[in-house]
Design a protein around this ligand. Structure first.
Ligand SMILES: *[C@@H]1O[C@H](CO)[C@@H](O)[C@H](O)[C@H]1NC(C)=O
Ligand SMILES: *[C@@H]1O[C@H](CO)[C@@H](O)[C@H](O)[C@H]1NC(C)=O
Ligand SMILES: *[C@@H]1O[C@H](CO)[C@@H](O)[C@H](O)[C@H]1NC(C)=O
Ligand SMILES: *[C@@H]1O[C@H](CO)[C@@H](O)[C@H](O)[C@H]1NC(C)=O
Ligand SMILES: *[C@@H]1O[C@H](CO)[C@@H](O)[C@H](O)[C@H]1NC(C)=O
Ligand SMILES: *[C@@H]1O[C@H](CO)[C@@H](O)[C@H](O)[C@H]1NC(C)=O
Ligand SMILES: *[C@@H]1O[C@H](CO)[C@@H](O)[C@H](O)[C@H]1NC(C)=O
Ligand SMILES: *[C@@H]1O[C@H](CO)[C@@H](O)[C@H](O)[C@H]1NC(C)=O
Ligand SMILES: *[C@@H]1O[C@H](CO)[C@@H](O)[C@H](O)[C@H]1NC(C)=O
Ligand SMILES: *[C@@H]1O[C@H](CO)[C@@H](O)[C@H](O)[C@H]1NC(C)=O
Length: 481
């Protein structure tokens, strides 16, 4: 068996670890010096502008009360249970992303990529994603054949390592799956074996493994090895125009483990969010966000993620009522960010109300990335003017326009409707529910328009009748990890 080899590979692993270990002494000294010189001035600046300084995380002893992960997939978010805390390893160096050195990206690739030496075919032995997905396992087997060839053929065997060039960060039930499927129709885009790796937001902290272990960055990068081979091959010496991307729709809003992370310890709300960690490695990332009327999003979310509940318009109404009160109570006593980024409240809430508060998350992203690195779409414009929207997307991604035939093929891709027949019969939410939601989301919708600099309109056919259900783009999140 390929997995059976030992010794040399262990040594290589240790060597590799040593090679890639971030050397933090210099940067730490620098930061300390700057802090000394600027003193209180920097402190107050950092408070006003939310400036991030990278300092060594102190050794902490903090109490952790873990919650059940029923609801990881949103299937069940009605209650919480205590978890066994001794299993968790928040001091793990892999958790401390900001102290890892960013990769030296190769200029000739449009996609963020770099080379790593290859010492063995058996590079995926401990990859955690391979435990979770058969698709990943078959990809890995193909790749090991490739590495085996390189090891016997090449003088200095190496593999290209890549991270995503673009990222659809949100939001759930807004058409991201359909959008991603169409983007990867472009001849210059290659797709990883799984659309939703949820690494930045969940799985790097081990959520998908029930927090029994973390998933290191290298495991995540492994998920792009297949695409890296294609990026390498499909280019001449001067130009490698092929890019890859990912669509994990938890990344925009979900920071449920923020309070364990070394740089956030002791805060009342997260100082660092997913955007910070991604910016550290991917400063040029192209960020795509697709949104939808938050009330409609919530209803769709309720229908999709409660397979066992007795769904009814009354049930939805009661859950919304409960949830709105929960958050408004929290807003009375705490900051909005404290409430929205709080896992306990998120789980206690009987619907995923917080996902619709788009402006708050977007503000956090805009603190890190310049506005021109974002493309914000609505499900309404996307399903109404699909071809035009896709043109916009490709332009944003700096990809060549599709030929006529390619456009036609892309448009022909079937839109699927994943809403079950039983749910269709339910019809639209009640007016009083809608009013309650519109009141709740109103201020955030207005804020979103202000941030984006244009009036955001959720107006669409879906507001008025249910014919949209038949034609709705595929909003199928079955490939959730
Ligand atoms: C939620 O999950 C728990 C544990 O898996 C299960 O016992 C309960 O029935 C679920 N509730 C709903 C409403 O699905
Ligand atoms: C918690 O996990 C640790 C390590 O797996 C185990 O030794 C301990 O017995 C567990 N405690 C409880 C209360 O389950
Ligand atoms: C995590 O826990 C759930 C529910 O207890 C279980 O079904 C699942 O198999 C566990 N996953 C892993 C990777 O241990
Ligand atoms: C759904 O309703 C039926 C009948 O009213 C009831 O027997 C069942 O326990 C309910 N299921 C859930 C998950 O609440
Ligand atoms: C919301 O729930 C409370 C009870 O918690 C109830 O008094 C109130 O009438 C409900 N509001 C609506 C609009 O249903
Ligand atoms: C908010 O504060 C008020 C008054 O201090 C208190 O009565 C209420 O229970 C608090 N609400 C929450 C959600 O903590
Ligand atoms: C989340 O909110 C609960 C209830 O208000 C609070 O006890 C808890 O400390 C908060 N969690 C974090 C991480 O701030
Ligand atoms: C969760 O369950 C516990 C015990 O089963 C219960 O006491 C608590 O009220 C529940 N919390 C919510 C928010 O439903
Ligand atoms: C709900 O609102 C719509 C338009 O806002 C109105 O036409 C309809 O009659 C209302 N339905 C009920 C039951 O009040
Ligand atoms: C629903 O909306 C669609 C699209 O605007 C329209 O063609 C259709 O006639 C409407 N159906 C009803 C019953 O209003």
């Amino acid at each position: 068996m390929v997995y059976g080899r030992c010794c040399t590979q262990q040594i290589v692993k240790i060597l590799l670890k040593w090679l890639v270990r971030p050397r933090t002494t210099a940067s730490t000294l620098y930061v300390v010096a700057v802090v000394c010189v600027l003193g209180t001035m920097l402190m107050s600046l950092s408070q006003i502008f939310h400036v991030h300084t990278t300092t060594s995380p102190p050794a902490h002893h903090w109490s952790i009360h873990f919650l059940s992960d029923t609801g990881i997939h949103g299937t069940n978010y009605t209650n919480t249970t205590e978890r066994n805390e001794t299993k968790f390893i928040w001091t793990h160096p892999e958790i401390d992303l900001l102290h890892k050195k960013p990769f030296q990206l190769l200029k000739k690739y449009k996609n963020p990529c770099w080379h790593e030496p290859l010492y063995t075919t058996n590079v995926y032995q401990n990859n955690k994603y391979s435990l979770l997905s058969p698709n990943v396992r078959s990809t890995i087997i193909r790749l090991m054949t490739e590495w085996s060839t390189r090891l016997t053929r090449d003088q200095i065997p190496q593999r290209l390592r890549c991270l995503p060039y673009f990222f659809i960060i949100g939001q759930p039930k807004c058409g991201s799956t359909d959008l991603f499927r169409r983007i990867i129709q472009h001849p210059d885009v290659v797709s990883p074996p799984i659309k939703e790796l949820h690494w930045w937001s969940r799985n790097r902290m081990g959520k998908r493994l029930n927090y029994t272990d973390i998933i290191p960055l290298s495991d995540y990068i492994d998920m792009f090895d297949q695409t890296a081979v294609q990026i390498e091959r499909r280019g001449d010496d001067a130009k490698h125009q092929i890019v890859t991307g990912e669509a994990s729709v938890s990344v925009m809003w979900e920071n449920d483990d923020w309070w364990h992370l070394p740089e956030n310890i002791g805060q009342d709300e997260p100082l660092y969010t997913n955007a910070d960690y991604m910016k550290h490695f991917l400063p040029d990332l192209k960020v795509i966000i697709i949104l939808r009327n938050p009330s409609e999003r919530l209803f769709s979310d309720y229908l999709y993620f409660n397979p066992t509940a007795n769904k009814s318009l009354e049930d939805f109404h009661n859950r919304v009522n409960f949830s709105v009160q929960l958050y408004e109570n929290c807003f009375d006593n705490h900051s909005i960010r404290h409430c929205l980024y709080n896992y306990t409240i998120g789980m206690a809430s009987q619907v995923r109300l917080r996902i619709g508060v788009y402006s708050v998350y977007l503000k956090d992203w805009l603190k890190l990335y310049p506005r021109e690195q974002f493309l914000v779409l609505t499900l309404n414009e996307y399903s109404g003017k699909m071809l035009k929207t896709m043109k916009k997307v490709f332009k944003f991604l700096k990809l060549r326009p599709l030929s006529k035939e390619q456009s036609v093929a892309m448009k022909k891709l079937k839109r699927q409707n994943k809403r079950k027949f039983k749910d269709k019969k339910l019809g639209a939410m009640m007016n009083k529910t809608k009013e309650m939601l519109e009141t709740f989301y109103g201020q955030f919708d207005r804020e979103l328009s202000e941030i984006l600099g244009y009036e955001f309109s959720w107006e669409s056919t879906e507001e008025h009748n249910n014919s949209y259900i038949k034609n709705a783009p595929v909003i199928d999140d079955n490939d959730y990890l």
